[in-house]
Write a protein that binds this ligand. Sequence first.
Ligand SMILES: [Zn+2]
Length: 316
Amino acid sequence: MSRAGRGARFAFGDGGVDRAGERRGDPTAVAACWTDPGARVLVLRSDGRVLLDADGGLVLEPAGVLAPAPDGACFLGLRGARPFFSVQLGDEAAAAVAARRGGRFADLRGAVATLPAADAGLAAYARALAHWQSRKRWCGVCGAPTRLADGGHRAQCSDAGCGATYFPRTDPAIIVIVSCDDHCLLGRQASWPPARYSTLAGFVEPGETLEQAVAREVAEESGVEVAASRYVASQPWPFPASLMLGFAARARLQPPRVGSELEDARWFAAADLPRLIARGELALPPDLSIAFHLIDRWYHRRTGAHLSPGLPLGGR
Ligand SMILES: [Zn+2]
């Protein structure tokens, strides 16, 4: 089957678990999951890195080894009958687990190259949740400490008179392939590897629709005016808390004029892309990213062929 026919091929979209949200509100049910002999725990360090074994696989530690459940243990859900949790450990405890397992902590953007898709998705889910917990230790209303509840999916203010409740947040960001017939618009940031060009992207602002965010970001970053856009697909991007909402947009072939965010933006002709990539004059994003998927999907629709992704360097 073609790459396009396989649908979403990019990473982090599916952790392979039934989230079993109905169990979260029952502390007894969550505790029973933790003490289940089959329960497994994904281990994160305070910097969000995830524990891998010597072969680059995800370490899923028996929960019994870490008992009792550390503060902030997150109930991720079930694979079949097996419960999965995640914990974020301080540096000393994390180093001890890594030494015992002969493993190492790795950045998920690099680790994704060796992980089965479901494990990469599970780690992304755990990383996003751990990041939210680490930013929600204090109540934003009254300043009192918060307590975690619902298997780590809710933070509750400990002040009885306040009682504010917090749920995990996700920051919506649009990412868009802008095209005009046989040309697509790609940009590059100064900090990227040489020759890397990618789709334009940016955060959705309060009071804005996704379509408005697409038009505003494209105009801000490239000066190009979008005529119409439509939603294509989404990708969780937990670095630290984004959800990338992928769009395809049409525009006139007007000369780009970059703003402060980009070093360059250019229209690329579909027919030129394979030659530029082969010569090293253009490096696309890695295929773990929705950015590559959007570019390749557009190219496939114009030409019937697919493009070569860039190296998995860790960015989008
Ligand atoms: Zn409070």
